[in-house]
Design a protein around this ligand. Structure first.
Ligand code: KIV
Ligand code: ZN
Length: 385
């Protein structure tokens, strides 16, 4: 089965989220957990950005052994030199160089002509290959770039020695169809592309990062980049846990495998949330608090008869606690009885009915029914003659 590499950028693009700032100790703790999770590559920071980032990248490069460790660099020698200083101690030194290729970025941000951009990209890749065995080159804002120009510059960086080429949807603008087509076009039109890895990097500005990443995989992407819990610039990056679980659950559709240990997902998600202070929305796919919670009576009844009726993923798969049947105003008698038995009550049908009637009245008044509420209702019936 075709293998897809998972490139985690929680510690670089993820840390670029407004309000997130991790210190070196926190970054090392997350990097160790990412290694346990089984990601192929950890982007541990941007060594030239600050002494703190440099230190964290260097320490992670010296600590992590089972994942490749990389750092981000602009296409300038000073960034590449700084990255080499930070990453030379890694098992397999890897650098990630980027340069924008869209007309708006080249003209208004870089103030370079397309030819100058090609030259800078080629020079930086050649220079990086003097030190690094693994060089990833990213065409920033690729999805808003001219496709022929993109194919041209990629051909040049491949010739210059890049080992991976990344095609970011930097501003989350592409649709799944467009993004998938880009991968197919580049695979078919760039000389030497089959000798390098082609990578997808999606942002979530229009909520399409997961769909776009999966479209890239369907069209031949060898590597996908994202973050845990989808943290990242603006609306964030693609959430890697969603990709890993989708590829697992829909294996016959995608036909690829990753090295992710799915049982480590929940723990990784919680660690990242705690250390970054970035809360997870309750209805977040895969790792949200409600991802395995069922409230409606019809759903709860189905779940009690056969969990596959309403759950395509089991909480155990991602290392989560068991499914929760939340008792609220939509819940049915079946789930109420099930909970009463689990709480140790053995009531007659009549007493159970009375308790259920009281529970429904309470559920209309109260947003959340907690264990103590049930205890009072059920005890009341138990001691009532
Ligand atoms: O979104 C982006 O384009 C990036 C690059 C630096 C790869 O994060
Ligand atoms: Zn990005």
């Amino acid at each position: 089965m075709r293998k897809v590499d998972i490139f985690d950028t929680t510690l670089r693009d993820g840390e670029q989220s407004a309000g997130i700032n991790l210190n070196t100790a926190e970054k090392i703790e997350i990097a160790r957990q990412l290694e346990r999770l089984g990601v192929t590559i950890i982007e541990s920071g941007f060594p030239a950005a600050s002494p703190g980032d440099f230190d964290a990248v260097k320490r992670i490069a010296g600590t992590v052994k089972n994942s490749i460790v990389t750092g981000l660099a602009r296409s300038v020698k000073s960034d590449i030199d700084r990255s080499w200083e930070a990453l030379r101690g890694a098992e397999q030194p890897h650098i990630h160089i980027f340069l924008a290729t869209s007309p708006i970025h080249m003209e208004h941000k870089l103030m370079k002509t397309p030819d100058q951009v090609v030259e800078a990209a080629v020079e930086s890749v050649k220079y990086a290959r003097r030190f690094f065995p693994l060089v990833q080159w990213s065409a920033e804002d690729a999805s808003r770039s001219d496709l022929e120009f993109l194919a041209h510059i990629i051909g040049k960086v491949v010739e210059a020695g890049a080992t991976t080429v990344n095609i970011p949807d930097t501003v989350g603008y592409a649709t799944p169809q467009e993004y998938g087509d880009m991968f197919r076009y580049l695979k078919e039109n760039v000389k030497g592309i089959d000798k390098v890895k082609l990578s997808a990097h999606c942002h979530n500005d229009l909520g399409m990062a997961t769909a776009n990443t999966l479209a890239a995989i369907e069209n031949g992407a060898d590597q996908v980049e994202g973050t845990i819990n989808g943290i990242g610039e603006r609306a964030g990056n693609v959430a890697l846990e969603e990709i890993a679980v989708a590829l697992h659950i829909r294996k016959p559709v995608y036909g690829v495998e990753t090295t992710i240990n799915l049982h480590e997902i929940k723990r990784t998600s919680q660690l990242v949330s705690q250390l970054t202070g970035s809360l997870i929305q309750p209805n977040k796919a895969v790792v949200g608090k409600n991802a395995f919670a069922h409230e409606s009576g019809i759903h709860q009844d189905g779940m009690l008869k056969n969990p596959l009726t309403y759950e395509i993923i089991t909480p155990e798969l991602i290392g989560d606690a068991a499914t929760e049947l939340v008792l609220g105003k939509h819940s049915g008698r079946h789930a109420f009885k099930d909970r009463a038995i689990k709480m140790g009550f053995d009531l007659s049908e009549e007493k159970l009915n009375n308790a259920f009637i009281e529970f429904k009245k309470l559920a209309d008044r109260k947003k959340a029914i907690v264990e103590e509420d049930l205890m009072v209702l059920l005890t009341d019936q138990q001691i009532h003659d």
